[in-house]
Ligand binder design. Structure first.
Ligand SMILES: [Zn+2]
Length: 117
């Protein structure tokens, strides 16, 4: 994979991660506004607590995606990104562009999830 493509995909993954974290932050804010109107410095609440609460706030699908995004980012760091976990071949670049946290190539994925018709 070209470096430029890898960088593009890395950026997409970071954006996805931020999107998911934003969901949590918004959920938290609504809750805090509702529960405590007279507590100051809500904005100063450590982002650490957001990280810790993250897994409790997310639904299963979001947790799964976040996990996959984290995995993909780690693989980029270690140079193992873009390789199918099943057959070991490179995952199609078009597939990665559409779904940068994909773990399997189209062929393996379609074998795992037979089309229901
Ligand atoms: Zn494969």
């Amino acid at each position: 994979m070209r470096k430029k493509e890898l960088e593009l995909l890395r950026r997409k993954l970071m954006e996805k991660k931020e999107d998911i974290k934003k969901i949590v932050r918004e959920n938290n804010r609504e809750e805090k506004d509702f529960l405590s109107t007279d507590v100051g410095d809500i904005a100063d609440v450590a982002s650490d607590s957001v990280e810790r609460e993250l897994l409790f706030e997310l639904n299963d699908n979001e947790k799964r995606i976040l996990g996959n995004v984290e995995d993909a980012l780690q693989k980029i760091e270690s140079g193992a990104y873009g390789v199918c976990e099943k057959c070991g071949k490179e995952i199609e670049i078009e597939r990665l562009k559409a779904m940068p946290f994909a773990k399997f190539c189209i062929k393996c994925k379609s074998q795992m999830e037979p089309h229901r018709k």
